[in-house]
Design a protein around this ligand. Structure first.
Ligand code: COI
Length: 352
């Protein structure tokens, strides 16, 4: 049970819940009735409140619209048949939001404020948490610069919002990915490890080019030589090669994924050899050609465990083995931990 701070709560008089088709939930299209809002002014977070989910009004000179001084998080809540609400690793998201804030010159949201906002909002909108397999309530916290000022400097005012919405799978099928060796997502010393808007904006054009060739997503490589595998932008990447689970080490050009960390923790617990190390494109392609690559998958909050069907590189398409037992075991175990069906031996689940 989490501690709570006191907020003003203004409940909606126009709930949209009855309009939701819980049998067909797509990712990121439906939003619950309420949102948490706080404002940063005169050096402190104030006006803490929950109000009906709705549009915001900002100045055309709003600093975020021009210079992208904004950060966000993604986490998920689940509900069991008894109506208990569980959130997966929210303290880890609160900490990462603080780390992103520091990199982007944004005043951090204290962890107790984050947890209290989350708790109160989930209690109020608990009826929005879906219970069908592969569904959850996606929680999106964000902070954005709010000064009406077109000079370039850190804003003096900010807004913190936390809203939610029922979601299904982010990728509805196995994913085809292309190894990107021209465009760059992040560079050493850049903002790749911060969960900040510009990283996603920069990925759109290269991803669109790959989508025209039939790929869902890119495998980003290092910005300097495009030789080392980094991540996929929407998820971290893991490679099961010769019975060893390999993933790129965290750095300032890779998002420090919470699902990534959970997967590595489970794999080590199961006695699987884990290596957090640089994996070159050459080593990957050579290993695929030798038949040594057993499974490749993405790990992320939205993406969960996303199986990769095929990898494209320099015009050639490399199909991966159809059977992916490690992915299945990870998906199943994480799902059961998140919904309180098995022992939570790592203390990941927060019951509301
Ligand atoms: C998440 O996994 O929660 C993210 O923020 C990734 C985003 C591409 C939806």
């Amino acid at each position: 049970m989490m501690s709570t701070l006191a907020f003003d709560i203004k409940e909606t008089t126009d709930s949209k819940l009855s309009q939701v088709d819980f049998d067909n939930i797509e990712f990121g299209k439906v939003y619950s009735d309420h949102m948490f809002v706080a404002e940063y002014e005169d050096g402190e977070w104030k006006n803490l409140r929950i109000e009906p989910f709705g549009d915001l009004s900002v100045s055309p000179a709003n600093a975020t619209l021009h210079y992208a001084q904004s950060i966000f998080e993604g986490l998920k809540a689940y509900k069991n048949d008894a109506g208990d609400i569980f959130v997966f690793r929210p303290e880890a998201n609160a900490k990462r939001l603080i780390e992103s804030a520091e990199r982007m010159c944004i005043p951090p949201i204290p962890e107790d404020l984050f947890m209290s906002a989350l708790t109160e909002l989930l209690k109020l909108d608990s009826a929005w948490i879906p219970t069908k397999p592969d569904t959850s309530l996606y929680i999106r916290p964000l902070i954005f610069a709010n000064d009406p000022y077109v000079g370039v400097r850190p804003s003096n005012t900010y807004k913190f919002l936390l809203f939610t919405g029922p979601v299904g799978a982010y990728y509805s099928e196995e994913v085809n990915v292309k190894i990107e060796t021209h465009y760059t997502r992040a560079v050493r010393g850049g903002v790749g490890s911060a969960k900040t808007a510009g990283n996603y904006a920069a990925s759109l054009y290269p991803a669109l080019q790959a989508q025209k060739e039939g790929y869902h997503q890119l495998i980003w490589t290092d910005g300097q030589n495009h030789e080392m595998i980094e991540e996929a932008g929407t998820m971290n990447l893991l490679f099961y090669i010769n019975d060893t689970l390999i993933t790129a080490p965290t750095s300032d050009s890779i998002l420090h994924g919470i699902t990534r960390d959970s997967v590595l923790t489970l794999a080590k617990d199961w006695g699987i050899k884990v290596e957090e190390r640089q994996l070159s494109v050459k080593e990957l392609i050579d290993s695929i050609e030798k038949g040594e690559v057993q499974e490749v998958f993405g790990a992320g909050t939205a993406a969960t465990i996303s199986k990769i069907r095929m990898i494209g590189y320099e015009g050639k398409q490399y199909e991966l083995p159809k059977e992916k037992p490690l992915c299945d075991r990870l998906f199943d175990t994480l799902d059961k931990i998140k919904t309180g069906q098995v022992e939570d031996k790592f203390g990941w689940v927060c019951k509301i």
